[in-house]
Design a protein around this ligand. Structure first.
Ligand SMILES: NC(=O)c1ccc[n+]([C@@H]2O[C@H](COP(=O)([O-])OP(=O)(O)OC[C@H]3O[C@@H](n4cnc5c(N)ncnc54)[C@H](OP(=O)(O)O)[C@@H]3O)[C@@H](O)[C@H]2O)c1
Length: 170
């Protein structure tokens, strides 16, 4: 069976998703949700986001968690040397690889470059809508086609309001 191709993202009201190759906020509940949703599944990430995630886990002395990772880079020499990690050199190649290794759900997980290119290929977005206007240098693309709300849950952590939305293309 073909896997669903989805996106998972946390985005501010002004479409900011990151600043200086970091997230622009710290919401523990959202990080937990990301881990829970993608565990045992496959994620597609750009090289910069992959390195950010890897450094975050390694700095806590933990191995990379249990999920298959497809890393996009133009660099044909780039090697990862970790289990369940696959390096691809184009989005098309990444999507073919994802369908080969995943039967359930593939999550395009950023960053900005990858979200922008992959949006036409996804049918669902798991969005954490962060009720902030923040400065940043990485943005999520406009997603007005995704106006069907499958579910919505409001949350708050350390004074930051956010909503978990599951959106589908109409
Ligand atoms: N809020 C969220 O949910 C979320 C999630 C993830 C990331 N982020 C944020 O997003 C920012 C990073 O985004 P970014 O756009 O700078 O970096 P990125 O998308 O993580 O990675 C960009 C890199 O991916 C590779 N790449 C891009 N398109 C490619 C293609 N078509 N074929 C092959 N390789 C390709 C290139 O690697 P090479 O240079 O090696 O060729 C490029 O430099 C950070 O601020 C991060 O915190 C936010």
């Amino acid at each position: 069976m073909q896997p669903r191709i989805s996106m998972i993202v946390a985005v501010a009201n002004n479409l900011v998703i990151g600043s200086g190759n970091e997230l622009a906020w710290h919401i523990r509940d959202d990080l937990r949700r990301f881990r829970m949703m993608t565990e045992g599944k496959t994620i597609i990430v750009g090289r910069l986001t992959f390195e950010q995630l890897k450094n975050a886990y390694e700095s806590r002395g933990k191995p990379l968690p249990d999920r298959k990772q497809i890393i996009l880079t133009k660099n044909t020499e780039y090697q990862v040397g970790l289990p369940k990690c696959y390096v691809c050199h184009s989005l098309e190649e990444a999507l073919v690889k994802a369908k080969e290794i995943e039967s359930d759900e593939v999550f395009v997980a950023g960053g900005a470059a990858i979200f922008a290119q992959a949006l036409p290929f996804v049918s669902r977005i798991y969005m954490t809508k962060v009720e902030l206007e923040v400065e940043g240098d990485a943005f999520f693309p406009k997603y007005s086609d995704f106006s069907k709300v499958l579910s919505e849950e409001s949350k708050e952590e350390n004074g930051i309001k956010f909503r978990y939305l599951i959106l589908e293309r109409v």
